[in-house]
Write a protein that binds this ligand. Structure first.
Ligand code: ZN
Length: 172
């Protein structure tokens, strides 16, 4: 397994709309293993393939503290959503920022699992929020898109500035 590089806002590749996964094979399963290693190391509770520069409709989550509930959702589709929940969200592609975002409280989702089998599941609370957040990534959308333009530009400038400092440090 290998850790993958996570793209960071405002990297234009994060705006790519992912295309459906056509074949679930050992190559894809190996990549999913790398995604879990990357997510757990970050640490994060969800990761979309878009964030590691694979523009296929695939996301993983594990909202537990002890890594006991890994989920792999391939070609996910939300069948039902109800209720409203507002929580502070962060994102591995927007490091250091947490802002309130409104999501459906409960969802029912259809997807293909890592064996290539069609599945359906219900999710609520943090897991439902996480799946909705990761599905946005597959459509090229980031949680900062729910914020005001001014706030998004402020975050963009700060992250670009921090990255310049980081690369300067590497050169030295
Ligand atoms: Zn994210």
């Amino acid at each position: 397994m290998a850790k993958l590089k996570i793209l960071e806002f405002p990297d234009p590749r994060l705006r790519t709309k992912a295309t459906p996964v056509e074949v679930v094979d050992d190559n894809l399963r190996a990549f999913i293993g790398d995604m879990f290693e990357t997510m757990y190391a970050a640490p994060g509770i969800g990761l979309a393939a878009t964030q590691v520069d694979l523009h296929k409709r695939l996301l993983i989550t594990d909202v537990t503290a002890d890594k006991s509930e890994p989920h792999v959702l391939i070609n996910p589709e939300i069948l039902e959503r109800d209720g409203v929940t507002i929580s502070d969200e962060g994102c591995l592609s927007v490091p250091g920022y947490y802002e309130e975002v409104e999501r459906a409280e409960h969802i029912r989702v259809r997807f293909i699992d890592r064996q290539g089998e069609a599945q359906e599941m219900e999710a609520e609370g943090l897991l439902a929020i996480c799946i909705q957040h990761e599905m946005d990534h597959l459509d090229g959308k980031l949680f900062v898109d729910y914020l005001s333009e001014a706030k998004r530009q402020r975050i963009r400038k700060k992250l670009l500035k921090e990255r310049r400092h980081q690369s300067a440090a590497v050169v030295l």
